[in-house]
Design a protein around this ligand. Sequence first.
Ligand code: SF4
Length: 283
Amino acid sequence: MLISEIKTKHILTHSKVPGLGYSINPYVGCQHACVYCYARFMRRFTSHDEPWGQFVDAKINSIDAFDQDILKVKSGEGAFIASATDAYQPVERKYKLTRSLLERIADAPLDLCRNGFAVSILTKSDLVLRDLDLLKRLEQVSVGFSIAMTNETVCRLFEPRCSPIRQRLAALKILRDAGIRTYAFISPILPGITDLPAIFAALEGVVEYVCGETLNMRCGNLADVTKAVSLLNEDLTPAFERNIRSRSYWKMVEREFYELAKKHAIPVHNFFHHITGTSEQTY
Ligand code: SF4
């Protein structure tokens, strides 16, 4: 694992995440090395030859960049942490960049929180619990965990270095009990792998809402995902390959998603489609 230190010009970058104007990515690269990771496209913007998951660049001047960038933020905008990395991957234990940024937001001299600076964190690591003291101080904060499977063996294959699912669920409960808004991002939904009924059952009582997403294939990850499916069980591969681009299959999945959400009384905020491999489709 190659870990380097870099400097960035900006830490608040414009984002299309609904309701939030900016993304914050304190790192480039991600030690979690998920097989399906869509963020691997970030490698293009680096000089790294290492495979995705084998390098991390820590933006060590994140706080200085934040202090500059925050001056242009308008009232009512917010930030999504993180859109192209995991802000709580293991290297965060050493650098504490995410923690420092949350401290800055909590202590913002511009009273950003009171003016409506929302923070939404999405992670696959229960290291986020380390920052519970800061999260409690933010007026508008939500913390979500990505969960695409409930079987820990399957999880090790697709998400080799993330917190086990049971730890993510336990973390959601701790956060919820502490009064933090919690959500689950059920993503990526993988045909034959993702067990939606099991996931919804596990989420009952620990999240306020859910979002769903099909596999984002625009970064050339499909071959690796298909290989992982066949490693798990070769018999699953034909149906996986048939369904991954099938509109009728995804319509059926979306219907099931909403039915399960209703059954478990968990509101759905979004369901994102990426079915053609070239453009995003929303029904
Ligand atoms: S945790 Fe997120 S950013 Fe990191 S490898 Fe997995 S999918 Fe990619």
